[in-house]
Design a protein around this ligand. Structure first.
Ligand SMILES: C[S@@+](CC[C@H](N)C(=O)[O-])C[C@H]1O[C@@H](n2cnc3c(N)ncnc32)[C@H](O)[C@@H]1O
Length: 340
């Protein structure tokens, strides 16, 4: 299935006797152009690289590279032209599970599409299909098994953290990876954090890896708490994560936290007062919400009013569009600093 093709690539030119040492050095730094063969040129070797490397002469040379055929190439001859045009090329990868969308018109082809995806992505072991939207209090969606091993759990790696995730039982989106890192990088030594809607614990574990912090990871879903416990045993963290099963409205401690994360975009508005009651002076609330562009200022005002009702004064630090959610609507994060 794997094919070879010739292509021009940037290469470092090294004396033959140094080939193996330099190849290893490049590989350790992620600079080796994987899947491409090293070329011999007289007493020198040309090693294909993925970017500029200081300290070695660079040349451009034609090298042979392995090429995995794409999903559409595998499906040619199985699906007709019209069907091929309808195939969605993008999909989510969680651990070794691919989560795909199959349009209704391709319903009868869904298993062939999933098998093709398995063939061209050797690291994918399971293909699941989204059946509808994320819904309900626990933010779950129905999934259909299409190909590969029959399971919905996996271990997902994100920024060096291993997360145990069961996609049928707990909400998880790999698309929030950047946002989780952005927030985690703000956490400082000794902080006390409440993650009010922790899900599989993506924010919580990353924050405890970032600094020696105490993180309360609250979720209403017992499976979420189970996932977090499993992940805790798989990671070395500098801080501590305490999984808490319960309703954030009742179990969030008062005047305890230096930071509160409220990642329940569809429903977090109702918990703003709880969040501001949880926070201490100079603490930060990361408030996630859905809004149309014209509604964002109103959301900030609502949050400031909720702070007042909780008896604290707050000021907005940042408003960021996290991702689009529906036509004309998006998920936003509003970060608020509690002054006193
Ligand atoms: C959008 S998901 C959280 C995702 C998670 N922060 C992440 O980064 O993967 C929202 C979570 O809030 C939980 N939830 C909903 N209502 C809740 C409540 N009242 N108290 C605590 N957790 C709640 C759901 O079970 C779900 O796991």
């Amino acid at each position: 299935m794997i094919q070879e093709s010739e292509r021009e690539a940037l290469c470092v030119r090294v004396p033959l006797r140094e080939t193996e040492r330099v190849r290893r050095w490049l590989a350790e730094r992620g600079l080796l152009l994987r899947g491409c063969s090293i070329l011999r040129e007289g007493r020198h070797a040309l090693i294909p690289v993925s970017g500029e490397v200081e300290g070695y002469p660079l040349v451009i040379a034609k090298v042979r590279c392995r090429r995995n055929p794409g999903m559409l190439e595998v499906l040619e001859g199985v699906l007709d032209r019209q069907e091929l045009e309808l195939v969605r090329r993008s999909f989510d990868i969680v651990g070794d599970i691919a989560v795909v969308e199959v349009p209704e018109e391709l319903e009868h082809r869904r298993r062939e599409i999933a098998e093709a995806l398995l063939r061209v992505n050797p690291h994918v072991r399971v293909v699941l299909r989204k059946l509808g939207a994320v819904e309900g209090e626990l933010r779950l969606r129905r999934l259909e098994h299409l190909a590969g091993e029959r399971r919905t759990w996996t271990v997902h790696r994100e920024h060096g953290i291993r997360l145990w995730v069961d996609l049928a039982k707990v909400y998880f989106s790999p698309r929030l990876a950047y946002e989780r890192r952005r927030v985690a990088e703000q956490v400082r030594e000794g902080e006390r954090v409440v993650d009010m809607f922790a899900g599989a614990g993506g924010f919580a574990l990353l924050m405890a890896r970032q600094a020696d912090a105490s993180v309360l990871a609250i979720d209403l879903n017992p499976h979420a708490v189970r996932c977090i416990r499993k992940s805790l045993s798989m990671n070395r963290l500098r801080g501590r994560v305490y999984p808490v099963l319960g309703d954030a409205a009742t179990v969030t401690p008062e005047r305890w936290a230096s930071r509160v994360v409220m990642n329940l975009p569809m429903g977090s508005r109702a918990f703003l007062k709880t969040a501001f009651r949880a926070i201490r002076e100079r603490g930060v609330v990361h408030y996630y919400t859905t809004a149309a562009e014209g509604e964002v200022t109103g959301r900030v005002d609502e949050a400031l009013e909720a702070a007042q009702r909780a008896g604290v004064e707050a000021e907005p630090l940042l408003v960021r569009r996290v991702r689009s959610y529906a036509p004309g609507r998006a998920h936003y994060v509003i970060e608020l600093l509690v002054r006193a």
